[in-house]
Design a protein around this ligand. Structure first.
Ligand code: ZN
Ligand code: ZN
Length: 252
């Protein structure tokens, strides 16, 4: 096995873990120290959750403790701090859904490690994550095809909150929206939106240049990435989805 050098202690090791954007890659010992430090500073959301699950299970309990995600079911905004009125759409707490991360440990492990390590940012990784999503899926895309519309409609029927922003409406989309009451409820049209982003349960975001189509997520020459740092996932989500969804047009 090729040896790697830890940026924390300069030791040669077999495996490095990606701790956070600022800390970068480190050995197990240095990773644990840095993760504990971020946790003590109250900055658990800067930790790359993938590293946490790769290191070990007990450590996950220690770090995720009482961390919680708060989600506005009306517009798709979310935060790690409690809010009673949504800062984006001003909906009252009736619409705010929340869950503790530590109680979701096994599910998160499957979602974060499977997608990233074994599947990756391609069609299989994305559709696996959509299938696994438990609380919400927020989407911004220029175009969307029936493959993904079908997957998202199913999740929505299962009680997962789904918000979809599209930047373009074509005949295919119109046809499916006409046929499905559920889909027409959760899709909004914002011609200004040109982002490609899929956010899963506040802990995972797929982004890049690919539209939410089978072709886009399979062909070469598209940029496709996954991020598992909650703070980054939050910024991507809140910058690109809730406002567009709120201002977007409902299509019939
Ligand atoms: Zn080290
Ligand atoms: Zn809202």
């Amino acid at each position: 096995m090729e040896k790697k050098i830890c940026f924390g202690c300069d030791k040669e090791v077999n495996i490095l873990y990606h701790v956070s954007k600022k800390v970068g890659f480190q050995c197990e010992e240095c990773s644990k120290n840095n993760i504990r430090r971020l946790k003590d500073l109250g900055k658990w959301y800067e930790i790359d959750l993938k590293a946490l699950f790769e290191i070990d299970g007990e450590f996950v309990d220690e770090v995720l403790d009482l961390e919680c995600i708060y989600y506005c079911q009306k517009c798709g905004y979310f935060d790690f701090k409690k809010f009673n009125k949504c800062p984006c759409c001003l909906a009252e707490d009736l619409y705010v859904r929340s869950w503790y991360l530590y109680s979701e440990k096994e599910y998160l492990e499957e979602l974060l490690t499977s997608t990233y390590m074994y599947i990756g940012a391609d069609y299989n990784g994305l559709s696996f994550s959509i299938a696994k999503a438990k609380y919400f899926i927020n989407v911004a895309t220029y175009t969307i095809d029936k493959v993904f519309l079908g997957q998202l409609e199913v999740k929505s029927q299962q009680g997962v909150d789904v918000h979809i922003v599209v930047g373009r409406v074509d005949d295919e989309l119109r046809k499916y929206l006409k046929a499905s009451e559920k889909l027409s409820e959760i899709v909004r049209y914002d011609p200004e939106s040109h982002v490609k982003l899929v956010v899963i349960d506040g802990v995972l975001a797929f982004k890049g240049s690919a539209n939410l189509t089978l072709d886009g997520w399979q062909r070469l020459k598209e940029l496709r990435e996954v991020t598992t740092i909650p703070e980054e996932v939050k910024e991507l989500n809140n910058d690109y989805i809730p406002h567009s969804y709120e201002l977007g047009k409902r299509l019939k």
